[in-house]
Design a protein around this ligand. Structure first.
Ligand SMILES: NC(=O)C1=CN([C@@H]2O[C@H](COP(=O)(O)OP(=O)(O)OC[C@H]3O[C@@H](n4cnc5c(N)ncnc54)[C@H](O)[C@@H]3O)[C@@H](O)[C@H]2O)C=CC1
Ligand SMILES: NCC(=O)COP(=O)(O)O
Length: 333
């Protein structure tokens, strides 16, 4: 029987996702990618390939036939919903198809018909306009994973740096309230466990960034570092997890500092994502930890400003496909 493919979602059809799927297929041999099946609109992909001058045959397939098709054509599992838009012109009417694509990918993995979920970027605000109730993929995937949903943990990973925002898509003003000792401890446990089991880091070393300047400067520049982060560090240490912090965030990401840990737990979205996107924008991968299946994604968004122009770089999607393959190699949980 053919090996199960990776399930690649369509993402927002007005963004760069469809173009990246075509380019990743073109690069499949050179990049050593495992077979993947796009869950999308085959006609839209064919039209886009023609417009961009990409020599990509598109063939409708089922997960069971995808690996066989993959050598000669991009296998596509039809969505059965409208999922085409003018590049750069997002339309909430496509939201149902975008969501269906994600749901289908998860259902395929849960049924053992695909090995992992790889998502193309969605524009959150477009889905919100159509009534989508989850902040992003991360939380939606957790809801699809089980009831009650597991705590999903966002990790942005590259060869040289891995970062985890403990709080994610919330306004900065809400971060201090959302940042609890329990949330930090549970996030640290999941990161340490999955670095060990999935990423094969024998003894993962975590660094926890401080929230305030100078990690609070002994409580004179904010209370959270001493009142919330330090007790969380002590609890994780008591569980045998190699962790230190709160470390002042401004000196945590230079080259020598990066050699001292395997992942940083950052306290809010941009504290985590600015350093990794600065260092590794084209290579970094967004991985969701804490789920009963593997999900990866490019680190970037829909890039509406360049969609349809043929200039989007597929590197991060290729890295996401490669990492999903690696994290689902036989023998891993
Ligand atoms: N995993 C996901 O689904 C993600 C979705 N988003 C969504 O994307 C939308 C747009 O977000 P932005 O902040 O504008 O970030 P963005 O990553 O879409 O774009 C930022 C800049 O990077 C460039 N860029 C992005 N990907 C590129 C690629 N593959 N090749 C060349 N250049 C590229 C864009 O042209 C733009 O100048 C938002 O609605 C956000 O919700 C953002 C991040 C991740
Ligand atoms: N900024 C990262 C991001 O937006 C990814 O979110 P998600 O859709 O993977 O939850």
């Amino acid at each position: 029987m053919s090996p199960a493919p990776l399930a690649l979602t369509g993402g927002d059809p007005a963004g760069v996702g469809p173009e990246l799927a075509l380019k990743a297929w073109v690069a499949r041999g050179a990049a050593g990618l495992p077979p993947f099946i796009a869950i999308a609109d085959a006609r839209m992909l064919r039209d886009l390939a023609r417009t961009l001058g990409l020599d990509v045959p598109v063939e409708e397939a089922m997960p069971e036939t995808a690996a066989g098709v993959f050598a000669r054509a991009l296998p596509v599992l039809p969505l059965g919903l409208p999922h085409a838009a003018r590049p750069g012109n997002p339309d909430p009417a496509t939201a149902a198809g975008t969501i269906r694509s994600i749901e289908t990918a998860v259902a395929l993995v849960q049924a053992g018909r695909a090995r992992a979920v790889v998502t193309n970027p969605i524009a959150k605000h477009v889905l919100y306009e159509a009534g989508f109730l989850h902040p992003g993929h991360t939380e939606f995937l957790a809801a699809l994973a089980g009831d009650p949903p597991p705590l999903p943990v966002m990790m942005l990973w590259s060869e040289g740096l891995a970062v985890v925002p403990v709080t994610v898509h919330i306004p900065l003003s809400e971060v201090p309230r959302a940042l609890t000792e329990d949330l930090i401890v549970e996030t640290g446990r999941i990161v340490a466990r999955e670095l060990q089991t999935r990423f094969r880091v024998a003894n993962p070393r975590l660094a926890l960034a401080g929230l305030n300047p100078h990690a609070g400067e002994n409580g004179t520049m904010g209370q959270e570092d001493d009142a919330v982060i330090r007790p969380a560090v002590e609890r994780l240490l008591a569980e045998g997890i190699a962790v230190r912090g709160p470390v002042p965030a401004d000196t945590l990401f230079h080259a020598r500092a990066r050699a001292t840990y395997d992942a940083v737990l950052a306290m809010y979205h941009d504290q985590a994502l600015i350093p990794i996107k600065t260092i590794a924008f084209d290579e970094a991968v967004n991985v969701t930890l804490g789920l009963p299946f593997v999900r990866t994604s490019p680190d970037h968004g829909t890039a509406f400003d360049i969609a349809g122009q043929g200039i989007a770089r597929p590197d991060s999607l290729i890295a996401a496909l490669r990492l999903a393959g690696r994290l689902t190699e036989p023998g891993l949980p």
